[in-house]
Design a protein. Structure first.
Length: 424
């Protein structure tokens, strides 16, 4: 039997509804929303004088910090589209950081990247064996992998790094840089335009400038994996079979799909992508392994995937948002986060108006009151404590998930145990 090449060729009703329910935002509408959000940010910049929230350096840092989050989220998407919940992304990132640094300082950064991917794949393979073959609860398995990865790397780090120049029990020796590229001419022009401080235009220049200034070659690979994932999962027979395992594995098996094989492949690929994110952290973001450098990015990547409704494009937007808030820790954090309080207040007022238009008056009043309190915080202070700056990425993660929860639909069989032949 010849396998269909696209999801539209499938005759099974259970597989035709793989996309989330409800109306999907068209590209023109999405671009209009992004432009509106950027205009609002530009207005806040002009009012507060916090030019750092959209300058080229801020955007470049945000892109760098978004990459490991996006790769972790992409790994989660592969696993969950095949029906396996992967809470173990944090541990797979940790394995990627250690393996990448261990190979990188000895044999070069690109070898480190490859070995980091292999390290993440090992974590994915373990998760697949435990959840697919032995049908252990996916959450329990993922948490166990996170603990195991942390303990294993803490034990191995002194053995591998002590005795080498710059190495210690918690840090690897320095790794040679992979190299960065800057688009000549365009980068300088965008930086100059950003420095003029014009409404909207300078902010767009800052955003685009961050995409063409001091960009790592590994960042390009990571960005290319977003459309590549979409094409493989939604435009190939392989992707259709894999997604069918996450929607209705019994129906997929009845069509001759080897469900176990596709689940294994998906979870191993998931681990490899998370391992690549870990290697990025220990080779590009910092040129060395450092204990604790993952700092919850695996969980934030999982949140980005959920925010994106298990779709690559939405995931990329979520990773960019979380990467941007994370970058506030590094560049003018207190001033910039204080300015974003005003942005938050404006967004809450807009949300209250939207809820009132939809005749949800109680929700509108509550949202408006919260917006007023946030504005009072902004107006009554000149800066925010450093603790608030450090917590901002995690707070934004919780807020975004809370606001987007009602429109989400995960794959139908996600997290459910499956036994071969159970449909018979």
């Amino acid at each position: 039997m010849t396998a269909p090449t696209t999801a539209t060729d499938v005759n099974q009703p259970s597989l035709q509804h793989a996309a989330p329910t409800g109306r999907r935002m068209s590209w023109p509408v999405l671009l209009l929303v992004i432009a509106g959000a950027l205009a609002l940010v530009s207005l806040v910049r002009l009012v507060t004088g916090a030019d750092g929230i959209t300058n080229v350096s801020q955007m470049s840092t945000a892109l760098q910090l978004a990459v490991p989050i996006g790769l972790a989220g992409l790994g989660g998407l592969w696993a969950e589209r095949a029906g396996v919940v992967n809470i173990g992304l944090e541990g797979m990132l940790i394995l990627g950081t250690w393996f990448g640094a261990w190979a990188g300082f000895q044999w070069g950064p690109w070898t480190g990247v490859l070995v980091g991917i292999i390290g993440g794949c090992l974590g994915g393979l373990l998760h697949a064996v435990v959840t697919v073959t032995f049908r252990v609860n996916h959450i329990v398995s993922g948490v166990a992998i996170n603990i195991l990865a942390l303990g294993a790397t803490r034990y191995l780090a002194p053995l591998a790094f002590e005795g080498h120049q710059g190495g210690s029990a918690k840090q690897s020796p320095a790794i040679e840089p992979l190299g960065h590229f800057t688009v000549p001419g365009l980068s300088d022009a965008l930086r100059d335009l950003n420095a003029k401080g014009w409404f909207f235009v300078s902010d767009v220049a800052g955003l685009l400038g961050g995409l063409v200034t001091n960009v790592s070659w590994l960042t390009l690979i990571a960005v290319a994996l977003i459309p590549a994932t979409w094409w493989i999962l939604w435009r190939t027979a392989f992707g259709l079979r894999l997604r069918s395992c996450g929607e209705n594995p019994v129906a997929a098996e009845s069509l001759g799909v080897n469900v176990y094989k596709y689940k294994y492949l998906a979870v191993i690929i998931s681990g490899g992508l998370a391992g690549l994110g870990g290697a990025f952290l220990s080779i590009v973001a910092n040129p060395f392994y450092l204990e604790g450098q993952v700092s919850g990015r695996g969980y934030i990547g999982l949140a980005a995937m959920i925010f994106g409704n298990w779709m690559p494009g939405g995931l990329a937007i979520g990773a960019g948002l979380f990467g941007y808030t994370d970058s506030l820790n590094l560049r003018g954090g207190s001033t910039n986060v204080h300015a974003l309080l005003l942005l938050g207040a404006l967004l809450l007022v807009i949300g209250a108006i939207w809820l009132a238009i939809r005749k949800k008056y109680v929700s509108a009043v509550i949202t408006l009151v919260i917006g007023a309190l946030v504005y009072a915080w902004y107006a009554g202070t000149n800066e925010v404590p450093n603790q608030v700056v450090a917590a901002t990425p995690y707070v934004i993660t919780l807020v975004v998930l809370a606001l987007s929860a009602q429109r989400l639909r995960m794959p139908r069989a996600n997290g459910l145990p499956y036994r071969k032949g159970q449909g018979g």
